[in-house]
Design a binder for this molecule. Structure first.
Ligand SMILES: NC(=O)c1ccc[n+]([C@@H]2O[C@H](COP(=O)([O-])OP(=O)(O)OC[C@H]3O[C@@H](n4cnc5c(N)ncnc54)[C@H](OP(=O)(O)O)[C@@H]3O)[C@@H](O)[C@H]2O)c1
Length: 337
């Protein structure tokens, strides 16, 4: 007989409101202990005793051998009650080096065009991926993204990262999508960004433009993470889309894009703070996608979006816990700060 714990990001439906609130604050705390009896044929009987619920017994015919994590979503009577069974005999980790990614869930901003759209395009190919794609406004053109959503694994929502109201209401909209399957976010990519006054120098800074860049490129990613933190899976990856122009080393002789560089350098510092503040929960990195052919990158850019995003996804896939707080280029090399 093996003891396992039942984890749930969503409290059981049978809980009353105060108990539910308490369960939510105990996010990722075990809700119950479970005894597993393994039969000779490899089938298993689970006795799940969840506070305030009747004793649920579930009989599985699937072999247990070799399993350390059991996802019984969809089998349990109430899918929101039991999400994951974690075998207590497996080594305890502060958070896994890699998130649990059977059906990974991604959240990203700036998904209607450019780099964000290409991320969705590459991720949506795999039907196991669930993608929550945020666009600034559905009043702008997002037809290419909409076409990708026909696969059924792309959920389009609105989020203007320059608006604290919009970000606040994001929590509800993300929760609504996640609650359908009891998923949490394995990946959070802050991609939306602007470089609106690229010809400026340190001698011609426009206060309003600097403020806008700070709002979108720095405060936006900060507030998105603050708001969605409650939905991050253990070992989730948070990636802030920064730039080589954020590097004090690489951009030291740059003669323009001063406002943008300042805001992206600030985003890099934000990344370091987030990495420290989420140390027990997530891997936080920032990435330079290269000079990419998008509306922002322009026609003179060197890197095709497909190449940049493919490279970044490979880097992200290979991240380990100890990589948190690092600054990567899309090709996997580390950028100098
Ligand atoms: N392209 C490059 O060479 C390059 C190099 C280094 C870093 N980056 C970074 O990569 C990211 C994406 O750039 P890109 O090349 O794909 O640029 P892009 O083609 O100009 O796309 C920018 C994206 O950000 C969105 N966005 C802008 N302001 C927003 C707001 N307030 N709220 C929500 N979304 C907003 C845009 O949405 P709308 O369509 O609604 O405006 C669009 O989806 C940016 O953070 C950029 O700094 C790009």
């Amino acid at each position: 007989m093996t003891a396992v714990r039942v984890y749930s990001k969503n409290p059981p439906r049978c809980m009353n409101a105060p108990t539910k609130a308490a369960a939510i604050t105990r996010f990722h705390q075990p809700l119950a202990k479970v005894d597993i009896k393994t039969s000779e044929s490899g089938g298993a009987l689970y006795n799940v005793n969840i506070p305030c619920c009747a004793n649920n017994s579930m009989n599985f015919s699937r072999p247990l051998a070799g399993r350390k994590h059991l996802d019984i979503t969809g089998i349990a009577k109430d899918r929101t009650i039991v999400e994951t069974l974690r075998n207590e005999t497996s080594p305890k980790r502060e958070h896994p080096a890699q998130p649990e990614r059977k059906m990974p869930t991604y959240f990203l901003t700036g998904a209607n065009r450019g780099i964000g759209l290409e991320f969705v395009r590459q991720l949506a190919v795999n039907g196991n991926n669930k993608i929550i794609a945020a666009v600034r406004s559905k009043e702008n053109d997002y037809s290419e993204l909409e076409a990708l959503a026909s696969n059924g694994n792309v959920h389009i929502i609105e989020c203007d990262v320059s608006s604290t109201d919009s970000i606040s209401s994001l929590s509800f909209r993300v929760a609504e999508i996640l609650s359908k399957t009891g998923d949490s976010l394995n990946y959070l990519f802050n991609i939306a960004g602007i470089n609106a006054t690229s010809s400026d120098t340190s001698l011609s800074l426009d206060p309003a433009s600097l403020q806008r860049h700070m709002d979108i490129n720095v405060l936006g990613p900060a507030k998105i993470v603050e708001t969605l933190r409650q939905y991050l899976a253990r070992g989730a990856v948070v990636m802030n889309m920064t730039s080589g122009l954020a590097s004090l080393t690489i951009a030291k002789d740059m003669t323009k894009c001063c406002t943008y560089s300042i805001s992206k350098a600030a985003q890099n510092m934000l990344t370091l703070h987030q990495a420290r503040d989420l140390k027990k929960q997530a891997i936080v990195i920032c990435m330079d996608p290269g000079w990419v052919k998008t509306r922002m990158g322009g026609k003179g850019a060197f890197v095709e979006p497909e190449v940049s995003i493919k490279g970044m996804l490979e880097v992200i896939e290979g991240l380990k816990k100890e990589d948190t707080g690092k600054f990567y280029r899309f090709d996997g090399s580390q950028c100098q700060w």
